[in-house]
Design a protein around this ligand. Structure first.
Ligand code: SF4
Ligand code: SF4
Length: 462
């Protein structure tokens, strides 16, 4: 008779997590309320005390936002998926509070358009740069406070006990969604129905996931409302190897819109980082300014409104319309160039995979699936590039070489992980091992290197 050791440790941990959150899910409202107060303090505090505060409220709030919140939320998805969204985020919770007392209108078709989160991310990222969201407390209040207000209004008006804002409009929702596919936590239907992932405004899920058909982690915010241990239906928490969903992306609703978001989002974030450090941007700005004045367009050297660009004469920073146009134009150009480069490498990989024996599924499907291999390198780049303040304590403790080593190590990890995922995706596509698989891996690796090269100055400087 075989010995029974009970469920494996991973399953036991998942069961304990389920039990804990199901028992306490009604108390999440207190967590959300506390986070809401903390959010207001971070946004309003620096404005209330001003630049001259002896308590360094402004720099502290800035560090919490860009040195802790931004990089740690991104990194957390690898371990816990979108737990930030379901368990902690005050914006999503506020949208839902608004929904309870609002008219609960049906979510309109324009909001359900799949490109909406891409547009939202691009607009907010560009606006964030032109108003100086990473530098000025007023700009942080405008961007974060403005999105909070919008979230509440959208939540108030649309959806019936849903999070229309989180599903369709949040600028970082899809970003977290893509990377959550790498995460170690999955909410899996206890009984899965055929038909694949679907959208529904019925059932308990605030993210409008058709629960028994759920295949992908992208939209799941881990609110635990669908989990009822011991019940015959609903969802159960499963712990898996990080990256497992992307390795078998064919079974998890690979989506072309998500791929475009990955390409364009990586590019726009890179553009937002590069314009501030590249001498090339200064040269282009000077040339464009001379040319515009030569045309008699004197308006370009006038400052614009403070809600659209940084106008802080007291801090010796006043952007002109020229700066606004150059920053936006540069970011869009880098976005398009990055998307074009990644499309080219992915297309080459998909074509070579076809020749290497990939089974069913045409070029389009192979292209979409292979694009997911860039997720780790894109995520690490964002953490290292835009969340560089995370490393300030390490710099104070161990000096600049330690920071370079930590960033470089993270970067290398992202690159290797991307390569590994590329290999697994090709294997699932049926590409033969050996040379047939190495050939499509090469353009995939080149794509990862393109992303890495773009962020190189963030780690090692120019
Ligand atoms: S989708 Fe956006 S607003 Fe909603 S919970 Fe996540 S981060 Fe917060
Ligand atoms: S699938 Fe379950 S845990 Fe995920 S968002 Fe929907 S109800 Fe919440």
């Amino acid at each position: 008779m075989p010995l029974d050791f009970g469920p494996p440790p991973r399953a036991r941990i998942a069961t304990a997590i389920e039990a804990f959150f199901v028992q306490h899910r009604d108390r999440l409202i207190y967590v959300h309320a506390a986070m809401f107060v903390a959010f207001l303090a971070l946004i309003v505090g620096p404005l209330a005390v001003g630049d001259a505060s002896a308590f360094h409220v402004g720099p502290f709030a800035n560090y919490v936002l860009w040195g802790l919140w931004f990089p740690l939320v991104l990194l957390s998805v690898i371990v816990t998926g979108r737990s930030w969204c379901g368990l902690l985020c005050p914006m999503g919770a506020a949208a839902e509070w608004g929904n309870r007392i609002g008219p609960q209108r049906p979510v309109p078709a324009w909001m359900r358009w799949e490109g909406m989160p891409i547009a939202s991310f691009v607009v907010v990222t560009i606006l964030g740069q032109t108003v100086g969201v990473r530098t000025h407390a007023e700009a942080a209040a405008q961007i974060f406070g403005g999105t909070m207000l919008l979230a509440i209004v959208v939540g108030f008006v649309y959806g019936r006990r849903r999070r229309a804002w989180c599903r369709h409009l949040c600028p970082i929702g899809l970003l977290l969604g893509i990377f959550s596919r790498l995460g170690a936590v999955e909410f899996r239907p206890v009984v899965r129905l055929p038909g694949g992932d679907a959208y529904t405004d019925k059932g308990v899920c605030p993210m409008m996931i058709d629960l028994p058909r759920k295949e992908e982690s992208r939209h799941c915010i881990e609110c635990f409302r669908c989990v009822n241990p011991g019940a015959k239906g609903g969802m159960t928490v499963v712990l898996r190897r990080p990256g497992a969903e992307v390795e078998r992306i064919r079974n998890h609703h690979a989506n072309p819109v998500e791929v475009w978001f990955l390409f364009l989002g990586t590019g726009i974030a890179l553009g937002g980082f590069l314009w501030g450090i590249l001498p090339l941007w200064q040269d282009l700005r000077a040339m464009a300014g001379e040319w515009a004045i030569g045309q008699g367009w004197y308006g370009v050297v006038r400052p614009g409104p403070g809600w659209l660009m940084s106008v802080h004469p007291e801090r010796r920073e006043v952007y002109l319309w020229l700066d606004f146009a150059m920053i936006s134009g540069f970011m869009v150009a880098v976005m398009l160039a990055t998307a074009a480069a990644l499309s080219a490498t992915t297309a080459a990989a998909a074509a070579l995979a076809g020749r290497g024996g990939a089974g069913d599924g045409g070029f389009r499907q192979r292209f979409t699936e292979l694009a997911y291999q860039y997720a780790p390198v894109a995520m690490v780049s964002l953490v290292v590039g835009l969340g560089g303040k995370l490393f300030i304590p390490l710099q104070l403790l161990a000096g600049a070489p330690a920071v370079g080593a930590a960033k470089g190590g993270l970067f290398l990890l992202g690159l290797v992980w991307s390569l590994w995922l590329g290999d697994r995706i090709l294997r699932q596509q049926g590409v033969r091992p050996g040379l047939p698989r190495l050939l499509p891996l090469a353009p995939g690796a080149l794509g990862s290197l393109v992303v890495a090269a773009g962020w190189w100055p963030a780690i090692f400087g120019l």
